[in-house]
Design a protein around this ligand. Structure first.
Ligand code: CP3
Length: 354
């Protein structure tokens, strides 16, 4: 049964956390830190509870999803949990035949390549999201005053998987579809936007204190195509949660040229990947926007001397922005030694204490 899924009230006890302060541009006692993919294969306790249970089954088991979400908070003392799920969970709940293949990623039974495929896509029923609300409710209960960040895939990244039928390097097929069949593309991107927007809403209704829209593959687009074929759909997903007033983070990789266009889609905070310094990101965004990032994940395996020197640079560069949420420039690599992450959290907390 659900614990009164009544939005911002559920999040009220996290409002004065360092994470929420930084996300809303307020001063905090230290720089808050969380890691994309902080839950997952780098943790032995994750590998243990996942044993024999397929990825999507884990996502749809509320007790297990809550436990996996809380694991890295317990171990590393990070300032937020990120809900354990996947960008393809909403399409799965809508009834699309998708699976997550270990070591590879999301794979569809049949790739989407025509208007008739898109016309046949099922709508996501709100009641199908009850399993997500229950998992988020469980998680928020366990996290107490530590905020939970909800998330969804941005329409381009989600649609890229659907059109390719699986992971790809260059995302040629969706980029071709935009130009060859713009009506089909627009209809697919609108479907993905609605579906992701509903997924975000369910997480906030059940107590998530902030959300992140992942446009992981947006960097394969030029700015003109981003503005013409993608921006309005990301704006739709972000606007679907505007009424809740929770901070919305927008993140992608290889997006140095896209940051202003992505911000214009309606985000409150911009996530920056490791390729661009935070001070340059701040300049490109015109100042005034809280920034998240952007420790290079490669440095997690380079030894503490090189890592902490790099982190010092990131923290220094972040001074340009109004506030900073420390994170990696992309996800935690599965081979990461978890002790490195624990030490990194402690290093950032100690060295940013006001
Ligand atoms: O800790 C967290 O960040 C929360 C959970 C989370 C997962 N996926 C769990 C997961 C989040 C936020 C995601 C989002 C996601 N999923 C994105 C956007 C973020 C990014 O990394 O750019 C993307 C592109 C996906 C699609 C996807 N799902 C990929 C590329 C993979 C990896 C495939 C592999 O095995 O390497 C997945 C599977 C996945 N999602 C795993 C996890 C923990 C690995 C599953 C396992 O343990 O076998």
């Amino acid at each position: 049964s659900l614990l009164s899924p009544q939005h911002p009230l559920r999040a009220a006890n996290t409002a004065d956390s360092a994470m929420l302060q930084a996300l809303t541009g307020r001063a905090s006692a230290h720089t808050p830190v969380w890691f994309m993919r902080q839950a997952g294969r780098s943790l032995p306790e994750y590998r243990k509870v996942r044993e024999g249970i397929p990825m999507l089954d884990s996502c749809l088991n509320p007790e297990l999803a809550a436990e996996i979400t809380v694991q890295p908070v317990r171990r590393h003392q990070v300032d937020a949990g990120i809900f354990f799920s996947d960008i393809v969970v909403p399409m799965k709940l809508a009834g699309v035949n998708v699976d997550i293949v270990p070591g590879r990623g999301p794979v569809l039974d049949v790739a989407i390549d025509s208007m008739s495929d898109i016309d046949k896509l099922p709508e996501l029923e709100d009641s199908a999201l009850d399993v997500i609300r229950e998992a988020v409710s469980n998680t928020v209960e366990q996290l107490g005053s530590t905020p939970l960040i909800g998330f969804a895939g941005a329409p381009f990244t989600v649609a890229a998987y659907m059109v390719e039928g699986g992971p790809s390097r260059d995302h040629l097929k969706p980029r071709t579809m935009m130009h060859a069949n713009p009506e089909a593309w627009a209809k697919l991107a609108a479907w993905a936007a609605r579906t992701s927007g509903q997924f975000l809403r369910a997480q906030i209704e059940a107590g998530a204190s902030a959300v992140q829209l992942f446009d992981s593959w947006a960097g394969s687009l030029g700015e003109a195509d981003y503005r013409r074929f993608v921006q309005e759909h990301s704006a739709t997903a972000l606007s679907m949660v505007e009424e809740f007033g929770v901070p919305r983070i927008h993140f992608g990789t290889g997006t140095a040229e896209l940051l202003p266009a992505m911000h214009e889609a309606g985000a409150d905070v911009m996530g920056v990947d490791y390729r661009l310094s935070l001070s340059e990101a701040n300049r490109r965004l015109g100042g005034g926007i809280p920034l998240q990032g952007n420790i290079d994940p490669a440095l997690l395996a380079s030894g503490s001397e090189a890592l902490f020197a790099h982190v010092d640079q990131v923290l220094e560069s972040a001074q340009a922005a109004p506030t900073h949420i420390a994170n990696l420039g992309h996800g935690v690599p599965p081979s990461t030694d978890p002790q490195v992450l624990t030490d990194l959290v402690s290093y950032i907390h100690t060295n940013t204490k006001k």
